[in-house]
Ligand binder design. Structure first.
Ligand code: ADQ
Length: 474
């Protein structure tokens, strides 16, 4: 009997996230193995994970899948099981149809269902239990994102010896909106269970601290709050970033350059505008496409000279609001191309697909003007990826002032995505600006991104959570 293979691994550093960072790959002989999927968060955590004997707790992505802990690329993976009902209620329901719209300015109507909340509590408890079991005495546990806001307190209740960090990847809303939530106190208490609560922007941290003071009666002084049991914790902004070097290397590689040229040849336009987003109602796609439609219609953009390439990644396709969005976008694009195109030429090229990173880099490299116009966005990594892919300091970034990234990327051509006329004017300005002006802006933007990459983000957060484990920024 081998007891050891059944018991959970022990780790001094634990990441808890809704999803495991792995995908299943089929080998040549037909067998399957797990490989870590190359997301930003894994890149950030990898060095820490490997130095610190780390484990990652999360769901595999398949309904009802029960898996024992396993290793992928030297990282211990601890799967948490979710049944189909839990996926419906905790994930697609409370996380994506209640919290997601509420935290994004209620740009879609948040739904409140008591059964969804019950499932959210139950699943959060399961993640907390898994973390309590895996974490060594005195370990550091970093909980990620809006699906797991109750975990910090649940974990602290049973493991007061741990250092617990939490990072919210999406905006934290102002009190007037957050106050709608029937379970608002439970969420605040849940988050306050952490020693350090990280947000994308100072505004998010301030919203949270203000709510702790006004709704919970906690003592708050600057970025520090005291819980009723006398524990002092902090809430601060840590703007997330990307693996800049990886994108820049891709953009400099002969293969990606050749592919970018091919894309330009295929698009056959003097100016290529580019947007790439998860197909999500927070990303401002309806407004953006309407703005381009009007520009082509009025002749301010000539369909023989300019093209708008919009790539939309399929996302949350079982949630009603997302189905509606897809239909709306396809209707809008079809109408514009039908009205303004001619044989062999469409003003908008629309792709509903997911691409490998090298293809993304080639598209960034092929684009003269990048259009990132979310109605609300925690950060927006697409804007930063575009900048990383422009080592020659050319190109232009049109950016919504409602993306977290706007606070750092001040030299972008800034727009209010609700103001269609303003957005049209600024998009034209970005296209027509002098090369010297564009270069000046691009240089400043790139400087910000190059000096604030994903490793710095992780290192800043973990250094504040536990100065003993400040990882090497590489
Ligand atoms: P998202 O809402 O998913 O992230 P974003 O930050 O833009 O938004 O990240 C999207 C990622 O998906 C990028 O890395 C991009 O390259 C990739 N991607 C998009 N379309 C793709 C396609 N068609 N094929 C392949 N890859 C594609 C949430 C928050 C953000 C926050 C991040 C990180 O909503 O505000 O910046 O988390 O904290």
């Amino acid at each position: 009997m081998n007891n050891e293979s059944k018991s959970n691994p022990q780790a001094s550093f634990v990441v808890v996230a809704n999803r495991l960072p792995v995908e299943q790959v089929t080998n040549d002989d037909g067998s399957t193995t797990w490989r870590t999927s190359p997301g930003g968060l894994v890149t950030a955590m990898e060095p820490v994970m490997k130095n610190q004997d780390g484990a990652w707790i999360g769901w595999s992505g398949a309904p009802g899948e029960k898996l024992d802990p396993f290793e992928a690329d030297d990282i211990k993976q601890v799967p948490v099981e979710l049944s189909q009902d839990e996926i419906n209620e905790y994930y697609e329901g409370f996380s994506n149809a209640t919290l997601w719209p509420l935290y994004h300015d209620s740009v879609a109507f948040p739904e409140y269902h008591r059964e969804w909340w019950d499932a959210y509590v139950k699943v959060n408890q399961r993640f907390a239990d898994a973390a309590a079991e895996v974490a060594e005495e005195g370990a550091t546990v970093w909980v990620q994102d809006y699906q797991l806001q109750l975990v910090p307190k649940m974990l602290r209740d049973v493991r007061p010896d741990l250092k617990i960090g939490f990072f919210l990847h999406i905006p934290f809303p102002p009190g007037e909106l957050f106050g709608q939530l029937p379970w608002r106190e439970r969420i605040l208490e849940g988050l306050a269970g952490a020693d350090l609560v990280g947000f994308q922007t100072p505004e998010g941290a301030a919203n949270f601290l203000r709510l702790l003071r006004t709704r919970m009666n906690y003592q708050v002084q600057r970025d520090t709050f005291t819980t009723p049991d006398g524990r002092r914790s902090r809430a601060r902004a840590y703007p997330i970033s990307i693996d800049v070097q990886m994108f820049e290397d891709l953009a400099r590689s002969p293969e990606v350059k050749a592919r970018a040229k091919e894309i330009r040849d295929d698009l056959d336009a003097k100016t290529v505008f580019f947007g790439v987003d998860r197909l999500d109602y927070t990303k401002g796609l309806r407004q953006r496409i309407r703005a381009f439609g009007e520009l082509f219609k009025s002749g301010e953009l000539d369909a023989d000279e300019a093209v708008f390439l919009q790539v939309a990644t399929p996302s949350r396709e079982r949630v009603e609001e997302y189905k509606r969005l897809r239909d709306d976008i396809e209707l809008l694009v079809g109408r514009i191309n039908g009205d303004m195109g001619r044989i062999g030429r469409s003003p908008i090229t629309y792709l509903h697909n997911t691409f490998p990173r090298s293809e993304m880099a080639a598209m960034y490299l092929a684009a003269d003007v990048m259009v990132v116009t979310p109605l609300r966005d925690g950060m927006n990594l697409v804007a930063k990826e575009y900048l990383a892919c422009r080592p020659n300091n050319d190109g232009a970034l049109v950016l919504s002032e409602f993306a977290g990234a706007a606070l750092e990327l001040k030299q972008a051509y800034m727009v209010n995505p609700y103001d269609i006329n303003g957005m049209k004017n600024t998009t034209l300005q970005a296209m027509n600006d002098t090369a010297a002006n564009k270069r000046r802006r691009m240089r400043a933007l790139r400087r910000q991104v190059v000096t604030h990459d994903i490793k710095k983000w992780a290192s800043d957060f973990l250094g504040d959570l536990d100065p003993d484990m400040k990882p090497d920024e590489g």
